[in-house]
Design a protein around this ligand. Structure first.
Ligand SMILES: CCCCC/C=C\C\C=C/C=C/C=C/[C@@H]1O[C@H]1CCCC(=O)O
Ligand SMILES: N[C@@H](CCC(=O)N[C@@H](CS)C(=O)NCC(=O)O)C(=O)O
Length: 191
């Protein structure tokens, strides 16, 4: 019997249904094995690029102070002499003050909450710190917006770190609501 072009026989329909079921079965069985290395790779790339950028920005801020010293002929231990130098000097000092806080929160949030989420916050933090530095070297007022943004991100990391630590130490059993809430975010098998 001849069917119009858009129709298929019952046999073909059954074939297609079976094939679809096989594909779904395959995906549901192997998606874990496929997704875990992919997300591990993504997290590794995020984490490594974050630390490369962090090293780069610390060096960049320091170099800017060195260049400003040369430009305005202000030798150590002097830290005064020109407003632009003073702002550059303070911008670098302020970023350095916050880096130990940032790094500790980043690692605790990364280990106990989720590496990818922490790395994303960290990248945003570095971006706000770069804007802080550049804003501050131009005018004192220019530092404030990025500073507030960076403070929000730090508090966000405090929240993630606390949530991760609470889930880890207070509710180690995976049956609690906290663990259940955090489970999809936790690194499966990575920690
Ligand atoms: C453990 C987490 C620590 C998170 C750090 C939290 C807060 C620190 C960040 C921001 C502080 C901003 C303070 C801004 C001062 O109001 C600005 C003074 C401006 C006075 C003016 O220019 O006239
Ligand atoms: N060391 C800082 C501690 C507080 C802080 O981070 N202040 C922010 C907002 S006023 C800032 O941008 N300070 C400028 C600076 O450290 O030169 C200060 O002396 O102000």
């Amino acid at each position: 019997m001849k069917y119009p072009g858009f129709m298929i026989s019952a046999w073909e329909a059954k074939e297609q249904l079976q094939n679809t079921a096989k594909i779904l079965c395959f995906l549901s069985t192997y998606s874990y094995e496929i997704c875990v290395p992919v997300s591990l790779g993504l997290r590794a790339v995020l984490w490594l690029s974050l630390h490369a950028l962090k090293g780069h920005s610390v060096a960049y801020f320091t170099m800017q102070v060195i260049y400003a010293r040369r430009k305005y002929k202000i030798s150590p231990p002097e830290t005064k002499g020109h407003p632009e130098f003073e702002r550059t000097f303070r911008a670098q000092a302020n970023c350095s003050e916050y880096f130990p806080i940032f790094i500790s929160l980043l690692w605790v949030a990364g280990i106990f909450f989720h590496q990818g989420v922490a790395a994303a916050c960290g990248l945003l933090y570095l971006y706000t710190r770069l804007r802080y530095f550049q804003g501050y070297t131009v005018a004192a007022q220019g530092r404030l917006g990025p500073l507030y943004a960076s403070a929000w991100l730090l508090w966000g990391l405090v929240g993630l770190a606390l949530a991760g630590l609470l889930a880890h130490f207070l509710w180690p059993s995976s049956s609690t609501w906290m663990a259940a809430l955090l489970w999809p975010l936790q690194l499966r098998g990575a920690w």
